[in-house]
Every structure is written in C-alpha cells, then in structure tokens.
Design a protein around this ligand. Structure first.
Ligand code: FES
Length: 318
C-alpha cells in the first residue's frame, strides 16, 4: 500500500558505485534548488520505490555536505526493496525520500570511552558516528565484523581510524570475544551497535553485563510477544476530540486511520519511527524496535503501528 511520507525530499542519483561485491553505494543530490535537509550521525531516510515499497537506509556520508550517501546490501534473498535499488536504480534517476529521521543518536561526551560495533551493512550508521568521535578526539574503538571480501567501506575506515579500527573477518577470526572486549571497559562507557538482530542481541547482553551504556538501531522487527493488556482498550485522541476502541487483533494505527485521523506511517512493524505519537496519559506496552529502555520508561511517546496499551485507556496527542 502506498502511504504518505513525512517531509518528502526529491533527489537525483549522482553516483552509483558497485566496486564492492556486496554493497552498492549511492550518492544523492537535491533535485532542484532546495538544499538537502541537515542530519546528524545515526539518521536514516525512507526510500519510496516505484512499487510502493518503503525501505529505510542509514545516511553514511558526511553531515552538512551537499550530497547524501547510502549503502545498500545485495542480498541473496533480497526483499523487493534492496533488489530494486541494486538492480534497477541508475545514475541520473530521480528518487523520492522522506526524512531524515534519527532514533539512533550519538551522544559524544568528553572523557567517556566509546565502543562502536558493526556487523555487515550495519556499518553504515557507525561510519558518521565514528567520524564524529575522531573529530572530537574521543577515546574510541571501531570493531567491524563481516564475511571475507564482503566488508564495504574498509579502505576509508582504515584511513580514518588507523589502529582504532579492528576488523573481525568471520572466516578467519571467528566471532568477536565480547566478554574479553568489554572486560577492561570502564562501567558507563558507551557502546553503539548495528548489524543483524543476533549480533545486536549478543552485543547488548555483553554490554549490559559489563554495565556499559548500550545504544542500537534495529531495522529488523522484534518478534512480537503477546500483548500485556489482552482486552480491548480505549484510546482518546485529544486533538481530534474522539475516542476509539482498539480490539486485541488490530493496531491503534489501523483503528485511528479508519476513523479518518491522518497519521504518517511507513514500515508498520515498529522499525522506522514514522508513526511516533506523543502520549498524554496511560501505561504503554512498547513493542517497537526503536526506543531505548530509558525512553520506554519515560512513557511520553509510542509507535502506534505495533505498540499498545498496558491499561484500559490511553490519551494520545493526535
Ligand atoms: S510505521 Fe514504522 S514505526 Fe510505525
């Protein structure tokens, strides 16, 4: 289904680089005179494809430059989105994006050590974060793992980070020994991680055990567990002045859209952040892959495509 996008940006593919076997790198420039919006490390954009599919890609260039850069993984079993990007999208072609949006914020703090851990195409959001850490002269390390011959951006990462970059090639080095890596870290050091779900889970477990401050972004939806509140619940839409009832088998997003309330949305699986909605009252059953435990505990926003009430009634700022 073709759904509206937030803050549309029209761009042109100014360069397409297929020099890496596994990743196609696109450089995008603004179409027309309006410059590209600003972004910060960790931001991603939604790419709207001719089929109506919307896929999210991290920006992996330099914030403030007049081009954006995306790295797109060639997947053997590519879902339609990546296949179209890798096979069909050529230089000179126009593209409509939405964003940028950032749910993976890099908090550069002086005197706090930073571990960047990336696996595979998960390196893309880490690239601008590590560049900022270098520019701010932080104490940081970049650990990048992947398969032999399929690790994109390696030359530039070596040039930018020298000995601070440690590569872990699966075929020869095996898995990163996370417990050993974090054993010497000062509690409270930051860990920024991106990659496949299993990699993120392993890094999160090791970082949490070492009392490190863990940050991640997941582009794969979490497996949904049964709702905390298994009954229908009411949602008052404060701005619209209506109250709806959400049954157990439908999302809040579906129900409010049916009532004619316009909500921006994209992934419908709690990964992109487009449907972020302020919460005025009520306890939440967060089921997204975006918020940190601290953000969940604040209870002031939710992603209504997947998240639900943990009580009989919510009040949303919609
Ligand atoms: S539409 Fe993507 S998080 Fe809700």
């Amino acid at each position: 289904m073709n759904r509206p996008l937030a803050s549309d940006v029209d761009v042109v593919v100014s360069r397409r680089d297929t020099s890496t076997e596994s990743v196609v790198v696109f450089e995008l420039t603004a179409r027309g005179d309006t410059p590209l919006p600003d972004w910060t490390p960790g931001a991603h954009v939604d790419v709207l494809q001719p089929s109506g599919l919307i896929r999210q890609y991290s920006l992996c260039g330099v914030p403030g430059s007049d081009t954006w850069r995306l790295g797109v993984l060639r997947e053997a079993e590519a879902r339609g989105g990546s296949k179209w990007m890798c096979d069909e999208l050529k230089e000179g072609q126009s593209l409509r994006l939405a964003g940028p949006r950032t749910h993976f914020h890099f908090e550069a703090e002086p005197d706090v050590a930073v571990f960047f851990l990336a696996a595979g195409i998960g390196v893309t959001p880490i690239i601008p974060m590590a560049a900022e850490a270098a520019a701010r002269h932080l104490d940081y390390q970049v650990h990048y793992s992947g398969h032999e011959g399929r690790m994109a951006f390696l030359p530039e990462l070596h040039a930018a980070h020298g000995e601070r970059l440690v590569t872990h090639v699966s075929e020869s080095d095996g898995r990163i020994d996370l417990d050993a890596l974090f054993s010497t870290a000062t509690p409270g050091s930051h860990v920024y991680c991106c990659g496949p779900a299993g990699f993120i889970d392993a890094v999160e477990a090791a970082a949490t055990a070492a009392r490190l401050d863990f940050h991640t972004e997941r582009f794969e939806a979490e497996t949904l567990t049964p709702p905390v509140w298994p009954e229908p619940f009411e949602v008052e839409l404060a701005m619209s002045g209506i109250t709806v009832t959400v049954p157990p088998d439908r999302s809040i997003l579906d129900v409010v859209e049916e009532e004619g309330v316009f909500v921006l949305s994209s992934c419908h699986e709690g990964t992109c952040g487009t449907c972020e909605t302020p919460v005025l009252e009520g306890e939440l059953d967060h089921r997204d892959s975006i918020l940190t435990p601290q953000e969940r505990a604040r209870g002031d926003v939710m992603f209504i495509c997947v998240s639900r009430a943990a009580c009989p009634r919510l009040v949303l700022d919609l």
